[in-house]
Design a binder for this molecule. Structure first.
Ligand code: UDP
Ligand code: MG
Length: 315
């Protein structure tokens, strides 16, 4: 039977943990009873350097029930790093991981479908929000707009999927070779490949405590997403330069017409044309430098160049 580790990042969550921890445990026990996962399955908390009693609560839980386990980061490093720490810690101990926030916003019952999808042969299962009724209009608008911008920038992300997902340990072994330090997990996991699917669920309100993602942090994550997955912003500079040069040529043409047909132009027209033309040329040059920088950036990431998913010898 397959072993499941539920990976749960926690930062200053003393208010919500006592409510949600029993829910996670119940889920493990239920899935085990249904014969879907083994009794070796665990609820793994990652304390992301909390300043409150979160770690005390986690240690207490681990003493109470063998299905609870926990690790603690030496300091707060942020949600993405906490999830990664949990995934890497779990990858050699289990067959399946499911990462989920600890605040009860993501429907725990979607795990049933995720595990079934895994047993049907999927190595990655994305939890996707059906609707965003509980979010404010502003959060919904900015979040959905962000996914669209990311897609347009050429980054492969699953629409309305955050960090609630099943990943098999098979995929995690490969994922371990993605050595980059700027983490945007939801954009990186699709890069690994393998068979994947989505499970849809309704997102609820936080059960207790407060969100750690105010607008400032959301914007920072959005920026991280774009700049760590795509070098398109650099390439766009070249486009801007070409447009500027084109506009200055158009202006030159109009000036020529005015000169030919006698509708006078101001005295220093040629200076204006030269300035705008060379501004365009300069922007193109910056774009060109940017293209090489983008390539260097991608090289520095040293991502794996190929990942083999099957071999005939294994069959
Ligand atoms: N989190 C974390 N480190 C941080 C901030 C948040 O591990 O520096 C965890 C937090 O405990 C929660 C998850 O990341 O389990 C998502 O955070 P939150 O619910 O505050 O974000 P929201 O759902 O409001 O976007
Ligand atoms: Mg939350």
């Amino acid at each position: 039977m397959k072993t499941l580790y539920i990976i749960i990042p926690c930062y200053n969550e003393e208010k919500v943990l006592p409510i949600t921890a029993p829910m996670f445990l119940k889920k493990i026990l239920q899935l085990n009873q249904e014969g879907l996962i083994s009794d070796e399955s665990r609820v793994m908390f990652i304390d992301d350097g909390s300043k409150d009693d979160t770690w005390k609560i986690i240690s207490g839980l681990a003493k109470e029930d063998k299905h609870f386990t926990g690790i603690r980061q030496s300091r707060n490093r942020g949600h993405q790093n906490a999830v990664l720490a949990g995934l890497m810690e779990a990858k050699d101990k289990c067959d399946i991981t499911i990462s989920i926030d600890c605040d009860g916003q993501d429907d725990i019952n979607a795990m049933d479908d995720m595990v079934r999808a895994y047993l049907d042969g999927c190595e990655v299962v994305y939890g996707v929000r059906k609707e965003r009724k509980t979010d404010t209009f502003f959060k919904r608008f900015t979040a959905e707009g962000f996914y669209k911008v990311l897609k347009w920038m050429g980054a492969d992300v699953v629409f309305n999927h955050a960090d609630y997902r099943l990943i098999s340990s098979r995929v995690l072994q490969e994922f371990a070779s993605f050595k980059e330090v700027n983490l945007y997990l939801r954009g990186m996991v699709p890069l690994v490949g393998f068979k994947s699917t989505s499970v849809y669920y309704a997102r609820a309100e936080r059960l207790a405590g407060e969100s750690h993602y105010p607008l400032k942090k959301m914007l920072a994550l959005a920026f991280e997403g774009i700049t760590s997955l795509s070098t398109k912003p650099l390439k766009m500079i070249t486009g801007l330069g070409i447009v500027t040069v084109f506009l200055s040529l158009l202006a030159a043409f109009i000036t020529l017409l005015c000169l030919l047909f006698g509708t006078g132009v101001g005295g220093l027209w040629w200076i204006a044309l030269l300035v705008s033309f060379f501004a365009g040329v300069q922007i193109i040059c910056i774009g060109l430098v940017g293209s090489y920088m983008g390539k260097t950036y991608m090289e520095v990431k040293a991502r794996p160049r190929y990942i083999i998913s099957e071999r005939t010898e294994d069959q």
